[in-house]
Unconditional design. Structure first.
Length: 164
């Protein structure tokens, strides 16, 4: 991280962080949001906590969606994918969460969400799911590659809230 924010979203988050105690949970959530691209797992976990504990109300927001859009500057669909992907990792791939290695980053949250959909929405056969999982987890394929391949297996299954 650099001292100079790169985007308007980062500047917005920095401005809010300047007004908060660095030990506060709100500050920690914002700090994690700044690291979002490289640390979606932490943000998914934090957002799940904010949502389930209702912290967004304490912080002056009417809804979790309002909090995500106005303070964190992520879309509702992105917040949903992050929290659902995190829950999926907790349940289906906990070893990936415990074996985090900075030299081998976790799969893109959109790929994990696609894997979650394949498993939970029962759109894929067991073999198709195994192939998708292998390409995401073991072969570390990019999200565009995985997304394209998944359409070949199941053209009827497309992500409901696709991120542009």
């Amino acid at each position: 991280m650099t001292d100079m924010p790169q985007s308007s979203g980062e500047r917005h988050i920095e401005k809010i962080m300047e007004q908060l105690d660095p030990e506060s949970e709100r500050y920690q959530v914002l700090d994690t949001a700044k690291k979002f691209k490289s640390s979606w797992v932490e943000l998914g976990d934090k957002l799940l906590q904010v949502s389930s504990r209702g912290h967004f109300r304490e912080w002056g927001y009417q809804s979790f969606e309002d909090y995500c859009v106005q303070e964190i500057r992520i879309k509702k669909g992105t917040a949903e994918k992050l929290t659902l992907a995190y829950r999926y990792m907790e349940k289906q791939e906990p070893e990936l969460l415990t074996q985090r290695n900075p030299l081998k980053p976790l799969p893109d949250f959109r790929s994990v969400d696609l894997l979650r959909q394949a498993k939970e929405e029962k759109g894929f056969s067991d073999d198709e799911y195994a192939q998708l999982r292998k390409s995401i987890v073991e072969e570390e394929r990019s999200h565009p590659t995985v997304s394209s391949a998944s359409r070949r297996w199941q053209p009827a299954m497309t992500p409901r809230s696709r991120i542009p």
